[in-house]
Design a binder for this molecule. Structure first.
Ligand code: 13P
Length: 287
């Protein structure tokens, strides 16, 4: 199946109350693991690429071609969206779309509302002309997302009326309101703003996105889905599964030198972690 945008998959997820996972791509092994997990679960899936990993993986075109080739090679038949995660500028979003990404996030949440709306509208117009989808962010989600760091002091919860205005004026396909989730490991007990989540969904009518899915208790994830969260982003948990498998293998085989020998168990660990999340999100069998 060809790559698709997120629009249809998120609309359906919102209607039927489940969530589609966005799993971040870091290298070839992650791409294989996530695609195979989605296919095995017959689930729609979103491959997220953060800005920091674009140069690491050889640029936007390399990533887009790698994903397309792998999908053909692995005979992937479930819907897959290739999504730029936290695009910080209009230019980067356009470059991703030109390279064949089918979805972009424009994260202008550090700007004041009117400027956020302005840049998000421009990205949305360009993306929609190409049949691609757009995610916007309001408020600031704390923590570390690859190289993007947002300090706690800078964090703010999204304001429902501002979310409604942004949704109305930009025409975005989904919205990530900051409501207390963090990127990277949680320090202490996460406290998500569920009341606001429900209100924002009602006011905007949009599928909501929950960033910082790693380390969140299952009940919180299920509650978020029941309130209209239709996309959940996962990165750190998969990084931990990958690295733990490599660490174990190298401790048990200190003489090992062929990377395949430790990448294969690492890839299997990511595949198992992704399958477990897909089941938790309720998206198994929806592809
Ligand atoms: P985690 O790394 O906390 O899972 O967050 C991922 C994310 O939100 C990507 O945008």
């Amino acid at each position: 199946m060809a790559l698709v945008s997120m629009t249809e998959m998120l609309r359906k997820a919102l209607e039927e109350r489940y969530a589609v996972g966005q799993f971040n791509l870091l290298n070839l092994e992650f791409a294989q693991a996530i695609l195979l997990a989605a296919e095995a679960e017959r689930a729609p899936v979103i491959l997220g690429v953060s800005e920091a990993y674009v140069p690491y993986m050889g640029g936007l075109k390399t990533i887009s071609r790698m994903v397309r080739s792998l999908m053909e090679h692995l005979r992937i038949s479930v819907p897959v969206a290739l999504h730029l995660d936290h695009g910080t500028t209009y230019e980067l979003c356009i470059r991703a779309l030109r390279a064949g990404f089918t979805s972009v996030m424009i994260d202008a949440s550090h700007l004041e509302l009117s400027r956020n709306i302005e840049v998000t509208s421009r990205v949305t117009e360009a993306a929609h002309a190409l049949g691609a989808s757009v995610e916007a962010e309001l408020g600031r989600i704390t923590g570390r997302e690859d190289d993007l760091i947002v300090e706690e002091a800078e964090a703010m919860y999204a304001v429902p009326e501002e979310c409604a205005k942004l949704a109305r004026e930009t025409g975005v396909d989904c919205l990530a309101p900051a409501l207390g989730s963090v990127h990277g490991p949680y320090r202490g007990q996460p406290r998500l703003g569920f009341e606001r989540m429900g209100e924002i969904q009602r006011l905007t009518g949009l599928p909501l996105v929950l960033h910082g899915g790693s380390g969140l208790p299952e009940e919180e994830i299920l509650q978020a889905i029941s309130l209209g969260t239709a996309k959940i982003n996962m990165n750190t948990d998969n990084q931990m599964a990958f690295t733990a498998a490599i660490r174990t293998y190298l401790q048990e085989h200190p003489q090992a030198y062929d990377p395949r020998h430790y990448f294969i168990p690492a890839k299997e660990a990511v595949q198992a972690a992704v399958r477990a999340k897909i089941r938790l999100f309720g998206s198994s069998g929806r592809g």
